[in-house]
Design a protein around this ligand. Sequence first.
Ligand code: B12
Ligand code: SF4
Length: 602
Amino acid sequence: MTRPDAEGGVPIVLTAPLTEIIDHAGYFIQMSMASLPIWLEGIINKKYPKWRDVEYNDDGSARSMPAGIRVLETSLLRHFPAGDVVCCYPADLDKFIGPATRVVAVSTHNPLGVTFAAGVYTSIFGSSRMPINSHYSRELFAAIKSNPHRDRFKVIVGGSGGWQIEQTNSYEELGVDCIVEGRSESVETLELFDKALRGETLPRRVDVQHPKERDGILFPDKRTTFGVVEMTTGCGRRCQFCLPDLNPQIDLPKDKIMDAVRANVREGNKQISLATEDMFIWGQVHTSTPFYFPNREALLDLYSSIVETPGVEQHVLSHATIAPAVVDPVLIAKLSDLLLDKSPIHLKALSTHPKHKALVPLIGLETGSVRMAKQIMPSKGVPFQIEDWPSVLVNGLQTLNENNWFPAMTLIVGNPGETDEDCRETLDLIYEVERRGLFAFFIPSVFTPLHDTRMEQQKGVTETKNLTPLQWQLIMKCWKMNLRPGNASWWGPAACRAGALGLWAWKLRKLNGPGFTWPLFLFASAMPERIMARMGKIHLGRPLKIKTRKELLETIKPHHREFLRADTGDIDEDIQPRRPSGPKFIGLVPHGSPAVSTAAGV
Ligand code: B12
Ligand code: SF4
């Protein structure tokens, strides 16, 4: 059944690339499609034959849409009548675009794949511009461009990946009139849509304001992809390369989060994921406690309300930071008790949970070089000093692993000014993790200067053949370690080895330059790493002196020690922790406070 008004077209049609809408196989399907080149799409089709299946509302509109487009829809519905706005899947555009259509608005996360972590993997295989997701994004833009009513409507693009179109100047090629940088709640966004409805010419780029107060952020009352519900904006740790950190540090009110959770369930979604840069700041933004000492009670209260909501069958973590695991290991243990049962992720070889369930938050490791860390992320590990970054990482990972958290940790290869020694130090840290039997999925990506960040003007490595042997080793060592849990079978390692060597012989050795060869042999376990190191072909990580948690706590500035929790242990007598805090911390988050983060100068 289609909407009665569809014949003449809906004035405002909202859509997104199919590969950014689908969510039935968990986060990893979208992340793989952002990284694998289109010629490897068969792998996805084989593993998830139904990935293209989507659910519909009775009027033919989309049942599920990425959170960004849902918030845009909610923003527009404050100003335009419901009949004038529709969200539809790319395949249904022709049903909703008609002579009355004045705007087709596209939300996109990563349309051209030129962001970190995505570009590098496709380029390893030789076609840096066409990850699967880009292919489907381009297909969407081509369909809009060739629509018979194209001269009557404007194409407005927004979302976290809009900048890629501007940076590559793809306006003409993709048929885009205007890119919106920023959030849809702003007055400027509504004015832009008004302008388009009047048929006026639009500027190429419009920068719109981010709400500075919690109440300015809107929550959709409909189903979102992966059940994404916003939890916080901004971060506060101030990493130089980071884009979301430029947004105001805001934690969103629990009642609104819960309404959005219930809306998802009502519309048939069984999974929920809270979108955040760092889940651990929620409940501790603009309180009298610095945000990097997590508000345990508030977090446990929020997460228990979510997983206990009838109809929520699955819950997935999004982004986090590692230092809170060192600050409050009890919080990690209690969160595990709450969340593990509802995690859809199973890691048989790693998890001690009876059903082998695991939690896999995304956490930034970025570099193991203290010199580099000081330059690009001096506050990443607060309340600890950045000089102790490797120790914070190892201690944090140990606590996480003990509680069945196996994070996906991102690393940046080729930071501006990165030397071979920086790379060796990162390898040292990775080998130290391996030596200690700890586990994380290490996801190396090549430095990409993201627009508007503090490192926007800096240059990274643009082609994989320019990567040094050590940078290649880091990438391949990470992937070798990532495959460990899947290598439990007798045939796993052999298949992996044969496949990697076969690909190398066929294609990869020509594409990726001479620096790639030995790291690829390392990945394929062609010979023991010790021997390769003795031959001078690879760097065998040097053992690191890692501080204990107790030693780390002693480095916390005296005026911050009062925020440590006595029940977490390892605290010396001369450190004065506060008493175990009770529910008094719940709800202390002031509403509508000006959002300025306080990481600087810690
Ligand atoms: C949840 C999430 C995911 C999920 C789900 C994505 C989905 N389709 O729903 C998963 C894990 C799958 C994912 C994957 C990836 N992600 Co992601 N993700 C996020 C996260 C945490 C939240 C996104 C979100 O829903 N936010 C809430 C909504 C409401 O915000 P929003 O989408 O930005 O929408 C607002 C505005 O942008 C605007 N807007 C949105 N659309 C439109 C459209 C129009 C027309 C207008 C006017 C305005 C507008 O209005 C909205 C609010 O008012 C963000 C970080 C963040 N906090 O934003 C990273 C983030 C967007 N992801 C990022 C990256 C790099 C990736 C990956 C490339 C990672 C990888 N290597 O695999 C992939 C790419 C996936 C793909 N399909 O290509 C980067 C983006 C970098 C960039 N594009 O330059 C971010 C910012 C993380 C970061 N710290 O750097 N991601
Ligand atoms: S920890 Fe750093 S990279 Fe991560 S969100 Fe915060 S500022 Fe950005």
